[in-house]
Ligand binder design. Structure first.
Ligand code: GTP
Ligand code: MG
Length: 197
């Protein structure tokens, strides 16, 4: 699929005020600084569409981007940002939670994880909650240009083994790098397929 148009629509702290849920929507979530906003820019090849930063906690609102006038990509704040004041953190968590559980047009959430580190409890717990609520998700490994092919394969295997301890089925998994563009085609093909279902 080609991304012909990508435009910022709005930022929101209140999920109820997001755009009318009349088009398929895909959200990006994961720990602060894992590379959610960068991935949106990589997928759309618009390098300044979503705001990125070296410092965690950059994205603080629910951000909608309209793609090809047809479907939405959504950039969400990260979870687990230890340095944010607890009250702020709880506010973001409530906002994310309410968005994920109430957004009727949300087709799939991409959970981004850093493949360079062991599966983290916070990510596994997040996935567990998604599963309990019957919310479809896929995993995207980020920043993989920093690791050898072998290390990336091991990271995927570690996740598979960890998830299979409690899950019968594995979610789709994608290997990405916003620096090299790796994973772009696969993720867009996946979205395109879901859009057509
Ligand atoms: P928050 O909005 O704070 O939750 O962070 P985020 O998940 O949106 O991360 P963001 O896209 O802002 O990227 C965080 C940092 O990681 C930035 O310094 C990016 O340049 C860097 N980064 C993102 N993706 C990649 C990647 O694929 N490879 C490398 N090497 N760095 C990346
Ligand atoms: Mg961000």
């Amino acid at each position: 699929m080609e991304v012909k148009q990508a435009e910022f629509v709005m930022s929101n702290s209140d999920p109820a005020r997001c755009p009318k849920p009349d088009r398929p929507e895909y959200a990006f979530i994961g720990r602060s600084n894992v590379g959610k906003s960068s991935l949106i820019n990589m997928l759309t090849t618009r390098h300044k569409l979503a705001k990125t930063s070296q410092t965690p906690g950059k994205t603080q609102l629910i951000n909608h981007f309209l793609i090809n006038s047809d479907w939405y990509l959504v950039d969400l704040p990260g979870y687990g940002f230890a340095k944010a004041p607890q009250r702020e953190r709880e506010k973001w968590e409530r906002m994310i939670d309410s968005y994920l559980t109430n957004r009727s047009n949300l087709i799939c959430t991409f959970v981004l994880v850093d493949g360079r580190i062991e599966p983290q409890r916070i990510d596994l717990e997040f996935m567990e909650r998604m599963g309990e609520r019957g919310l479809p998700f896929a995993i995207i490994f980020t920043k993989t240009e920093k690791s050898s092919t072998n290390a990336v394969q091991q990271a995927v295997k570690r996740y598979e083994q960890t998830l299979l301890k409690t899950w019968e089925e594995l979610p789709p998994m994608f290997i990405s790098s916003s620096v090299s563009g790796r994973g772009r085609d696969e993720i867009l093909v996946y979205i395109d397929q879901l859009n057509k279902e």
